[in-house]
Each structure stands twice: as C-alpha cells, then as structure tokens.
Ligand binder design. Structure first.
Ligand SMILES: NC(=O)c1ccc[n+]([C@@H]2O[C@H](COP(=O)([O-])OP(=O)(O)OC[C@H]3O[C@@H](n4cnc5c(N)ncnc54)[C@H](OP(=O)(O)O)[C@@H]3O)[C@@H](O)[C@H]2O)c1
Length: 317
C-alpha cells in the first residue's frame, strides 16, 4: 500500500465514483490504492467499500477543509458533482471551485473532472429554439459543469476533462424505463427524433477513469469523451424488446411536451435531449466508444448491459 499511488474518489458510494473504486480494487497489481470519500463513513455502502479494501475517509464537497484533508497525500482525485441532489448549477460551480482549490493546495498530480458541455456555446441564451431556464442556462445540469472547467485550468491543476454520456442505468433508477402507452403497449419516450444518443453503463465511466489515471500525464489537459454505444431510440427499443421478451416501442415526443411532463427537472432534461438531438454530429463525435474501449477493455454495449441488468428495469403492469 505504501508504495501505491492513492486516488481519492468523490461520489465513491455512487455510480461513477463507485465504478472507479471497484476498478482500482479489482486490479491489485495496478499500482494504485483507493481512498473512497463519503459524507458518512459509517453508512452501509461506505462500510462495504471498506470491506472490499478501500480506505474510507469523510469528506463533503460543500466543505473545502474536508476536501483538503481528504486529498492530502493523494496522487490523483476523481471529482464529480451531484446536480440532482440540489438542482443548482451555481452550487455545482462552487463545489468545483472548492475541489480545484483543494487539489491545488495539496499538490494532487492528476485530477479527473467529470464534466459536460456548457450548451450555451451552441445555443446562446437569446436563441429561442429552447427556453432559457433559471434565468441563465439552457441545460442547467450541463452548463454549470462546463462553466466550471476553467476553474481547474485557472488553478493550475493538472486535469483531464471527462465528458460522460447518458447512463443506461437511468432506465432503472431515473424513471426513464418503458412505460405503458395508451394502448397498453410498452414504450420508451425521448425527444431524440432519429438522432443517436450516446449511452454508457455508469460503472464503465469509473472504469474509463481508471484507464485515464493509468495513462497518467499523457491525458492531462485533454478532454476525453466516452460512450459505450451510440443508439437511436428505435435501436434502444429493439434491444429492450429482445432483452425483456416483450415488445417495447420508441416514442419520439416533442421536446416541448417532455419539458412539461411535470417532474422536477423535466424542463432541464427536455432541453438536454433537444441539444443532443439537434447537435448529434458534434455530441456523438465528442464521445468515441473506441476510445472508451481502449481505456476500459471491459466496456459494455447496450446489449451487454441489458444481459446483466434487464431484470432490474421496472416494468409497469
Ligand atoms: N444520469 C445520467 O445519465 C448522467 C449522465 C452524465 C452525467 N451525470 C451527472 O452525474 C452526476 C452524479 O454522479 P453519480 O450519478 O455518479 O452520483 P450518484 O450515484 O448520485 O452518487 C452520489 C454519491 O455522491 C455522494 N455525495 C452526494 N452529495 C455529496 C456531498 N455534498 N459531498 C460528498 N459526497 C456527496 C453520495 O455519497 P455519500 O452519501 O456516501 O456521501 C452519493 O453516494 C450528476 O451531477 C449528473 O448530472 C448523470
């Protein structure tokens, strides 16, 4: 352990960070040790990570002093924010600022910042093809992350910018799985038209991050986009049909309908899908499955992921 390079992982009990923690623990000869950061080291999930061999340390992204303590002595840090815990892009930016400051203060040699595009570069606020939200954003949970990129650069922190993709796990945990249509049939509904949606198994994000840490300095300063596969809604529905053994259709709902579905964040997600639909060439081009596979040879396709997870997708009766 003493000669291993420590990676401090935010969100260690969650999806992206959890994938990274496990990837490091599954490769004991890889030269890295993992420090799992959590607000509550006594929680069941945190204790599980401890049992697997992770060092478990308390940290809160809203408390810079705890971040600094948790980053001290680490070679690398995986930095991620949790938009859906508070729905505030301003808070995400403040959290990223605190992470960059802590990495700078402790001399962390390699940060991976889990980011997304600031969509206002493509759709300025005065562009009314989609509504401006919260007064200053087009896709709030993207824009704050993209806006925060420069904070790592400005702090002089050696950073790789990791552009993530839609988690297929959203079909299980985020209410995006098949729903009953008016005729009783099953359908997935996204405002994606016929555009392809880059998707990924969330655990593969952490595995790709591990691949980036292993490559080290080479990828500092670079933006690395990852996806498991790019699929149209129709292709996703066909794969679901096979995996579930019952027909699932794809329903292309207009973005304005999606924005008004009434659940918290529906407007943000409606704009997000519209952005991905309308800027398909850029968005898919920025997330290369071949590059992700080179970082993580275990990268799953949607069909692979369904083989392991189809029985966890809630199907309404
Ligand atoms: N869903 C998607 O398709 C998708 C796609 C791309 C990007 N994203 C982005 O992914 C981010 C979330 O990542 P995730 O899904 O990996 O997270 P997650 O699974 O929701 O995990 C969150 C973990 O982070 C920890 N956490 C929450 N608040 C914290 C705080 N204040 N300080 C320290 N730790 C805290 C919690 O651990 P403890 O309780 O143990 O502290 C929790 O287990 C979001 O910002 C979202 O926009 C999502």
């Amino acid at each position: 352990m003493a000669d291993k390079r420590i990676i401090a992982v935010l969100g260690a009990t969650g999806a992206q960070g959890g994938g990274l923690v496990r990837a490091i623990l599954e490769d004991p000869a890889g030269g890295f040790a993992v420090r799992a950061l959590t607000r509550d080291p006594s929680s069941e999930k945190a204790r599980e990570l401890g049992d697997l061999g992770a060092e478990v340390v308390a940290a809160d992204v809203d408390d810079g002093a705890t971040l600094e303590r948790a980053f001290r002595g680490a070679h690398g840090a995986f930095c991620v924010t949790f938009f859906w815990a508070h729905f505030s892009p301003e808070k995400e930016v403040a959290e990223a600022r605190a992470m960059a400051a802590a990495a700078r203060a402790t001399g962390v040699e390699h940060v991976i910042w889990s980011t997304l595009e600031d969509t206002r570069r493509w759709v300025p606020l005065d562009d009314d093809r989609m509504p401006t939200l919260m007064g200053a954003y087009k896709v709030p949970h993207f824009d704050g992350k993209g806006e925060a990129d420069h904070l790592f650069r400005d702090a002089g922190v050696p950073t790789t910018f990791l552009l993530t993709s839609f988690f297929w796990d959203n079909l299980i945990h985020f209410g995006m799985g098949p729903q009953r249509d008016d005729d009783g049939g099953l359908a997935i509904s996204f405002p994606m038209g016929n555009s392809k949606l880059p998707g990924i198994a969330s655990e593969d994000i952490g595995r790709c991050a591990y691949g980036i840490f292993k490559q080290g300095g080479e990828l500092v300063g670079e933006t690395v986009g990852i996806a498991g596969e790019h699929l149209t809604g129709r292709q996703m529905a066909a794969a679901l049909t096979l995996a579930l053994g019952q027909e699932v259709r794809y329903k292309d709902v207009p973005p304005e309908v999606y924005r008004n579905l009434g659940f918290p964040g529906a407007d943000d997600l409606g704009n997000m899908f519209q952005f991905k639909r309308d800027f398909e060439e850029y968005f898919c081009g920025a997330r290369d499955p071949a590059r992700a596979c080179a970082l993580n040879p275990r990268l799953q396709t949607f069909a692979d992921w369904l083989t392991r997870n189809a029985d966890r997708i809630p199907i309404p009766q």
